[in-house]
Design a protein around this ligand. Structure first.
Ligand code: SAM
Length: 287
């Protein structure tokens, strides 16, 4: 135990990148996050309505899983690479019992503070500093949720294999990841233009992306899921083709943000191919 949280022996040191993010940027974003702000933020489900902190989570539609598996209430949940956001507070708000792990101790400490700020009891949450590649718990969970984490870890198969025994029969693995081939992402992550990729250099220098991170190639991830013993039951794409790189820089709910969101939902989401979608969402179960 360190500072009242469990720290697994083999937890990796991800602190250089995420610690900087957690302390310098995220704690600033969550400064006014009290119970009212938390409850209010849950009502803003679309990207164009979200404030800066919520947009930064990289999930463009809140509660995206509900059309596939319904509302998740009163269940045991394992949150992997939890970071700091509304998701763990939301799980708690819905009566779930949560174990949340992250390789970055600073993130865990800040999440604990955010949970307190949101006025949520600490009795149904257990926080641990642990590595998703080696985690081994005695319990199984109805939901294992992993958002925007696999693209920071080279070997997705290792994580998927490790998580599978933690899923109970009929339980759901929820995944959200950015797509490597989404053009604005590809530009900042590709090695093709090295050492002259000044946009990528800017993003790395300003801690906007981790050095070496690569979005997910979804055809590979789908194969990895099948090979490690999962069946995919839903795999919607994110439709914010224009919105994801533009709305991020706009005021919450501005007319322009709403217009772009409508264009994405009514036009680009239909005509543009999945291969260049900003994100994909996956619900998988054990085979
Ligand atoms: C981009 S953040 C996403 C945080 C959160 N899931 C979200 O969607 O906002 C990636 C998180 O994964 C964590 N992470 C990276 N590698 C990890 C590993 N091997 N095991 C556990 N967590 C890891 C980082 O510390 C960071 O908090």
């Amino acid at each position: 135990m360190e500072d009242g949280i469990i720290v697994f022996d083999d937890a990796v040191d991800k602190e250089n990148f995420f610690e900087k993010q957690a302390i310098a940027r995220l704690s600033e974003k969550y400064r006014g996050f009290d119970r009212d702000a938390f409850l209010e933020s849950l009502k803003k489900t679309e990207l164009s309505e979200m404030d800066e902190a919520n947009k930064a989570v990289g999930i463009t539609k809140k509660f995206w899983w509900e059309p596939y598996i319904g509302k998740i209430e009163n269940k045991p949940i394992l949150e992997v690479g939890c970071g700091i956001n509304y998701i763990v507070p939301y799980w708690l708000e819905c009566g779930n019992d949560v174990i949340a792990i992250d390789a970055c101790k600073e993130s865990i400490l800040l999440l604990r503070r955010v949970i307190e700020q949101a006025g949520l009891g600490r009795e149904r949450i257990r926080l641990a500093v642990a590595d998703a590649r080696t985690i081994k718990l005695a319990e199984t969970f109805d939901v294992v949720n992993i958002n925007n984490v696999l693209h920071h870890i080279g070997d997705s198969r290792q994580v998927l294999s490790r998580l599978r025994p933690h899923l109970c029969d009929g339980g759901s693995l929820l995944i959200v990841e950015p797509n490597y081939y989404y053009p604005p992402r590809w530009i900042i992550e590709t090695d093709v233009f090295n050492p002259f990729n000044f946009i990528k250099d800017y993003f790395v220098r300003n801690d906007l992306i981790e050095k070496g991170e690569k979005g997910v190639v979804f055809s590979d991830l789908r194969c990895a899921l099948l090979d490690t013993g999962y069946e995919i039951i839903a795999n919607p794409k994110d439709v914010n083709y224009l919105g994801y790189f533009s709305i991020y820089w706009m005021r919450q709910n501005s007319p322009l943000a709403r217009m772009i969101s409508n264009l994405d939902n009514l036009l680009f989401g239909w005509i543009l191919p999945r291969i260049i979608a900003p994100f994909e969402y996956i619900v998988a179960v054990k085979k």
